[in-house]
Design a protein around this ligand. Structure first.
Ligand SMILES: Nc1ncnc2c1ncn2[C@@H]1O[C@H](COP(=O)(O)OP(=O)(O)O)[C@@H](O)[C@H]1O
Ligand SMILES: [Mg+2]
Length: 453
């Protein structure tokens, strides 16, 4: 598959070419000025969230760019462009569009790589849309949502065994850069028991997008996935829309009764795109440079995942969140932790030791695990964590030989079980382990006779 920089660049150039102008006459406005990323127009009436087309037809070749209305003030409206503004000049026409835009949907999206507006990035041509849906999905009455009651097999032993995921759960993957988030998401894409997988690559570098699709996901992973990619050099509004589009795709399939796995890399870049927009239209920054609207957008996006009403499909979602080390001050990580049903923390120390997946099981939690596994499984998982923690506490003493065996029976047991525990936690990139296998391996650590239960 070809996915290169040129296609990203060409896509920006051709953006909005296909948008139809309204057939009835509308009151057009004029572009007054541009401040940073924001366009100021006057003379038209358009509501917040509606779309306009900014048209400069005085050139040799006319340029048109889609923009969204973000705010207004005494006769002026403020817009944010979705694409590049090259070629737009003062006095350009601003034409309000009749609706908020519709997005293409359908089974033919499987195996495809799309941008935030549903256009092909993979050079395989346009896809056949079965439906065109509005950006905003249907809201689900929270009291009618099916509760999380079934486990989801993600094919990764330490998650299945110690941090079991429930169908319809929303989890955060917290880590710094380069500790294995993308690789872990790729493994889940290949191994998870799901009907459809939707991957959103938001605000990554273009090179990483290509690597993720070709190396980490591979042909096998891509076959049952839809990938929506909006790299870091896209307009912030495009990155925001890509995050909403992949959520919308997941909702579409959920409403068709499918069990969907939604992976978004990363939620932090989504928040940063919203920060860029909010600051550009003049919202004051509040926490560490993030304006309040960022913290309002996060739960709005995340709440769309989860189970449908009784008898319907589900969206189980993993969002990656950038957090350096144990920095609890990062406002995005903090806020994400509050809106998600659990967080897995990847540790740089483990990654540096070559311990992959580098999940720090002491710092990680799956809040729904007690509801989805047997009491016996839960007890074994807790026992594992206790022994693992005990070993970690005495690690320095043990490694310099200062710990005297027999000093503490619990520590002795932790030392004796350490090799099996490490073996349980580590897993190769191409290996998968089912939920029942993971549970019986866990049981076997404490009770060697129980293997194969
Ligand atoms: N499960 C794994 N097995 C072996 N190497 C891994 C594994 N996970 C990550 N790595 C190594 O770590 C590097 C960075 O991983 P990546 O997932 O790209 O990090 P992130 O997405 O967190 O920035 C990879 O290129 C690879 O060398
Ligand atoms: Mg990554």
């Amino acid at each position: 598959m070809r996915l290169d920089r040129i296609s990203f660049a060409r896509r920006l150039a051709s953006y909005s070419d296909a948008i139809q102008l309204p057939s009835q006459p509308v009151v057009e406005g004029r572009l007054l000025r541009m401040v940073g990323l924001t366009l100021e127009a006057e003379g038209l009436r358009a509501s917040i969230g509606s779309r306009c087309l900014v048209i400069n037809d005085g050139n040799y070749h006319p340029v048109q760019v889609e923009a969204e209305v973000m705010g207004f003030s005494s006769g002026k409206i403020y817009l944010m462009p979705v694409g590049s503004l090259a070629g737009i000049a003062p006095g350009a026409r601003v034409v309000p569009l009749p609706d908020t835009g519709r997005l293409p949907m359908g089974m033919s999206m499987l195996g495809r790589v799309l941008d935030g507006a549903g256009r092909a990035l993979d050079g395989k041509g346009g896809m056949k849309a079965e439906d065109w849906v509005p950006m905003d999905g249907p809201t689900i009455n929270p009291l009618k949502r099916h509760p999380i009651s079934e486990p989801l097999d993600v094919g990764i032993r330490c998650i299945n065994g110690l941090l079991t995921v429930g169908r319809g759960q929303r989890l955060g993957l917290f880590a710094g850069t380069g500790v294995g988030k993308s690789v872990l998401l790729g493994m889940m894409t290949r191994f998870t028991e799901a009907d459809i997988i939707v991957v959103g690559l938001i605000g990554e570098r273009g090179r990483e997008v290509k690597e993720f699709i070709e190396d980490i996901l591979g042909e096998e992973g891509l076959k049952r996935s839809v990938v929506v990619a909006s790299p870091a050099d896209d307009a912030p509004l495009m990155r925001l829309r890509a995050a909403m589009y992949c959520t919308r795709i997941a909702e579409y399939f959920r409403d068709k009764g499918k069990n969907v796995l939604l992976l978004m890399d990363s939620l932090t870049r989504f928040a940063q795109a919203q920060r860029e927009i909010a600051l550009a239209i003049g919202e004051p920054p509040a926490t560490k440079g993030y304006p309040p609207s960022v913290f309002a957008k996060l739960p709005k996006l995340v709440e769309r995942a989860g189970n449908a009403e009784e008898g319907g499909g589900s969206i189980t979602a993993f969002y990656t969140v950038l957090s350096e080390g144990d920095d609890q001050q990062d406002p995005i990580a903090d806020s994400a932790r509050g809106v998600l049903d659990g967080h897995f923390v990847l540790s740089r120390r483990l990654a540096e030791e070559g311990h992959y997946p580098a999940i720090d099981i002491e710092a990680s939690i799956s809040r729904v695990m007690p509801q989805v596994v047997s009491p016996e499984h839960l007890r074994e998982a807790q026992r594992f964590k206790q022994l693992w923690s005990r070993y970690q506490q005495s690690r320095d003493l043990i490694s310099v030989g200062a710990y005297v065996p027999g000093g503490d029976p619990e520590t002795d047991l932790a030392i004796a079980r350490q090799p099996q525990m490490v073996q349980f936690l580590r897993q190769g990139l191409r290996e998968s382990e089912s939920l029942p296998q993971s549970a019986s391996q866990l049981a076997a650590i404490f009770n060697p006779g129980a293997a194969g239960r």
